[in-house]
Structures are given as C-alpha cells and as structure tokens.
Ligand binder design. Structure first.
Ligand SMILES: Cc1cc2nc3c(=O)[nH]c(=O)nc-3n(C[C@H](O)[C@H](O)[C@H](O)COP(=O)(O)O)c2cc1C
Length: 204
C-alpha cells in the first residue's frame, strides 16, 4: 500500500472540504491510501475572523490528526492545501513548511510528486496562492503535479468555479455553501491523478 499525505490548513472549512475530495480521489486508486492531516494552529485567523469566533467552523475538522513535519517524508506523495490569504498561502501553512529545512538541505523530498489546492473567498489571487506553494515545491525538488485540463468535463464554462489548471480551488464566498459539486469533482480528479502519477514514478 502506498500512502499520500493530504495536508491542509483551514479555518472556515472550505479548504478542508477540498482536502476530503482530494483524499477520496486518492483512495479510488488501487493500493493507494490518503492520510488527512491538518497543520497546527498558530493564532491569527484561527481565533478571530472578521470579528467572529472560529470555534464552530473549526469543529468540523478537529478530529483530523495534527501533522508532524516527518509526515512529509513518511508518505510517497503530497497534496497540500491552503486558504488564500492576501493572494498567498496562509502563515500557518508557511510556518509548518518552514520547519522542513533539514529535508531541503538533505534533498530528502527530491522527486516526490506533489500537488496544491486552495480555498479562497472571492477567488482573488488564488492562482498566485497555488503558485506560492509551487515555488516551495520547486525548491524542495518535488515533482509538481498540476490539475491541467483534467477537470474540464466536470467544470462547465457556464458555471463559475474556483478550479484552476494549477490545482483545485473554491470560491467559497464565506457563506459555508461552497465548494460546489463541480469544485469537489475537480479536487477528486486531482487526487486520483496524483495517486496514478505516484504509482508510475515508483521504481520498486
Ligand atoms: C487574512 C485573510 C486574508 C484573505 N485574503 C484573501 C484573498 O487574497 N483572496 C481571497 O479570495 N480570499 C481571501 N480571504 C478569504 C479566505 O480565503 C476564505 O475565507 C477561505 O474560505 C478560507 O479558507 P478556509 O475556509 O479553508 O478557512 C482572506 C481571509 C483572511 C482571514
């Protein structure tokens, strides 16, 4: 059995729901298992968001185990999701990844397939946020897996979705109703693609 880390940061839940869909896509591939993990809380938007207490939305994913930095090396592939904060990855995810300096120095992550996804509010800057993760993936030597056009049949042009060729995303609007079915379908396809590519790249 090969395992894929589905690592996410989420406060209001939209990135978490994309993470679940990515995990379902991974689990749909024979001999592949997704392990969901959330990054540790560091404060800021975790506690207060626009003046609102975040305890209630957080409750939906507090059962997910908290990630350890070693999870990056004990899994065969990585799917990493972030909320879009000011057009970039969140500081909680950044803080977590900044602890991987040893793996960067030793080249431990080189070649491992990785993919990125994001939860946005209006959608502004979501591709830049995904690419902020891609920059980190490149420095780690990870093999970047884009969504590309794989999801075009599930994201009709007459529907507004957050989906991008860089990775699945949602335009959550902050009302708890998104991701939409189309956005979730795209995330599932991305998870499946990551798992299939991981199996092709495995030499043993
Ligand atoms: C500090 C901060 C900055 C944000 N910046 C953006 C942004 O640049 N673009 C955007 O579309 N949404 C932005 N948002 C909204 C979040 O991306 C949105 O609420 C998203 O659903 C968060 O993901 P989550 O539901 O997984 O917590 C921002 C939210 C916060 C708290």
């Amino acid at each position: 059995m090969t395992s894929v880390l589905v690592l996410f940061h989420s406060v209001t839940g939209s990135t978490y729901r994309l993470a679940e869909a990515i995990a379902a896509g991974i689990d749909s591939v024979d001999d592949c298992q997704a392990n969901l993990r959330r990054v540790p809380k560091i404060g800021g938007s975790e506690v207060i968001f626009g003046g609102n207490d975040m305890a209630e939305p957080r409750a939906q994913f507090e059962h997910v185990p908290v990630a350890k930095i070693e999870d990056l090396i004990t899994h065969d592939a990585l799917a990493i999701g972030t909320p879009v904060y000011f057009g970039a990855q969140s500081s909680a995810l950044r803080y977590f990844l900044d602890q991987a300096g040893k793996y960067w120095m030793e080249g431990t992550l080189t070649g491992k397939p990785a993919t990125a996804f994001a939860g946005a509010g209006s959608g502004a800057g979501r591709e830049a946020a995904l690419m902020s993760l891609w920059s980190t993936f490149a420095v780690f030597g990870l093999t970047i897996v884009p969504l590309g056009t794989r999801a075009q049949n599930v994201t009709p042009a007459d529907q507004v979705t957050g989906t991008t060729p860089f990775g699945a995303a949602t335009i959550s609007g902050g009302n708890g109703k998104r991701p939409s079915d189309a956005e979730l379908a795209a995330a599932r396809i991305q998870g499946q693609a990551l798992a299939e590519i991981m199996l092709k790249l495995k030499v043993d």
